[in-house]
Structure formats: structure tokens, C-alpha cells
Design a protein. Structure first.
Length: 263
């Protein structure tokens, strides 16, 4: 027997066994927390889930399992129920991402123990007992009257003539025209419903803020994000739909949330 080959062959054997162990353990060393693979994207009013397409493509390319929740914006209760049904279909922990009014939805739904992190994108971050759409009379309203009075059905639309300037000034006029014509109205009862849970008090959260947001004044967003101890990313020049106009930056924040929530 060639004794000089004994040590190298044994080293190769040990190395091979280590690889096999890692493969059958899902690629993790013992004691390591599994990565969060489930991302749920929740839209707000005046837009639907299709706006998440850019973010969706980036995250799925990174290996995440992404679900775009088409919540009806008919009431806080029904919107939260839509998110909870989506959570029930997942395997393992989840990150909830909410835009605008969707921030209130993920706040109410985020108390589920399968939710390990919250990401707010130009979104409301209400506390327990506050309504789903927070306002502060001391902070100027930048919408310029774009949000119309409720119709006979109790639904709120955004004025098509002011939609581009108020909602998505950093998108093309053509995109804005389509979005304004396909907007999902918000129900008054959704905006006026009180929040019963504030999971951001015990779970990590992140905030994305478009500095040129006219739908929700950035001053208010900064206050809400600061109160919730959110890790904030500001996107200069972005409108209320930073997740559409700057999908890479928004996806990067979600990626950070998913990789750090269980650490």
C-alpha cells in the first residue's frame, strides 16, 4: 500500500462527508437560523398588486418565494383576512411588506407569530387604537385636493386630473393615465377602522420613504418611522410609488429585512 496516499485520501473523504451533511441539512450548519424565504407584498389604495412587478422579479431572481396579495381595500378586516389567508399558504416565517394604506394592513396582520419582520414603503405605521390612516393637522396636506369626497357607496377615489402630480410624479404620463384609470378606490370604513395590534413594538421593521411623496407628507412618514424604530431608507426624488419607480432600492431593503430578521 502506498502510505503517502493515505492522508490525502482520508482528507478527501472527510471533505466529501461534510458536503453530504450540508446538502441533506438544507445547506445550513447546525444551530444556524434558516433564511426567511417568504415575502408577502401588500398594496394600498388607488393601486393594485401589479405595481409590485419590478420588485417581484428582483426578489424571485434572488430565490425568494414572493406572494403579491390582491387585497380588496374594502375594509381593514377584509384586507387583513386576505393577508392572513396568504400567510396560511406559506411554509415557514414571512416578511410582510405594505405600501401606503397597506402599512396599516400589515400592522394589523403582523401580530401572527409567523411574521418575523415588517417593511413599510411610503406607508402608514399606526399604533394600537389609532385609525388605519393617520393624519396630523399640524403637517401640511400636499395632495392639493386630489383625494375626492366619498361617493354614495362610501368609496374614495383620486382625481384623475391630479393623479400624476399627487401619486406618481416620477412615472411617465402614460403610466399615470393607466394607473388613474385602473385605480382601486378605498373604503371609508377601511381608513377609519382602529388598529388593535402594533407588532412593530416587538418585531424589527424597516421604512422606505420617497422624499417627493405628495400623497403622504414625508414629514409625517419620518415621524411614524422614528416612533416605530424603523431602519429608514430615503429615496431622493421618489414619489408615493417608490416601489414602482425605484424597484431595486426597495427590493434591497426587503432583502436586508429577510436576511436579518431571525438573527
Amino acid at each position: 500500500m502506498n502510505r503517502r496516499r493515505l492522508v490525502p485520501d482520508f482528507a478527501v473523504l472527510v471533505s466529501t462527508l461534510a458536503v453530504i451533511i450540508l446538502v441533506f441539512s438544507g445547506g445550513r450548519l447546525s444551530g444556524q437560523a434558516p433564511a426567511v424565504k417568504n415575502i408577502l407584498l401588500i398594496h394600498g389604495t388607488f393601486a393594485d398588486g401589479s405595481g409590485w412587478e419590478g420588485v417581484y422579479k428582483i426578489l424571485t431572481a434572488k430565490g425568494y418565494h414572493v406572494t403579491v396579495v390582491q387585497n380588496p381595500c374594502s375594509s381593514l378586516e377584509e384586507d387583513v383576512a386576505a393577508v392572513r389567508r396568504a400567510i396560511d399558504r406559506e411554509q415557514g416565517p414571512c416578511i410582510l411588506v405594505g405600501h401606503s394604506y397597506g402599512g396599516s394592513v400589515i400592522t394589523e396582520a403582523g401580530s401572527d407569530n409567523r411574521v418575523v419582520g415588517l417593511v413599510y414603503v411610503d406607508a402608514f405605521v399606526p399604533d394600537s387604537g389609532e385609525t388605519a390612516a393617520i393624519s396630523d393637522p399640524s403637517i401640511p396636506d400636499l395632495t392639493a385636493g386630489a383625494i375626492l369626497a366619498p361617493d354614495a357607496a362610501g368609496l374614495i377615489y383620486m382625481d384623475k386630473a391630479k393623479f400624476h402630480a399627487c401619486f406618481c410624479a416620477d412615472l411617465s404620463a402614460g403610466q399615470s393615465d393607466f394607473m388613474s384609470s385602473s385605480q382601486i378606490p378605498g373604503a371609508v370604513r377601511a381608513f377609519t377602522a382602529p388598529i388593535t395590534h402594533a407588532p412593530w413594538k416587538s418585531k424589527p421593521c424597516w421604512g422606505v420613504l420617497g422624499t417627493e411623496d405628495k400623497a403622504i407628507n414625508p414629514v409625517l412618514l419620518r415621524r411614524l418611522y422614528q416612533r416605530s424604530n424603523a431602519k429608514v431608507t430615503e429615496i431622493n426624488g421618489a414619489s408615493h410609488v417608490s416601489f414602482i419607480s425605484h424597484p431595486r432600492e426597495v427590493a434591497a431593503v426587503i432583502d436586508i429585512a429577510a436576511t436579518s430578521s431571525l438573527k
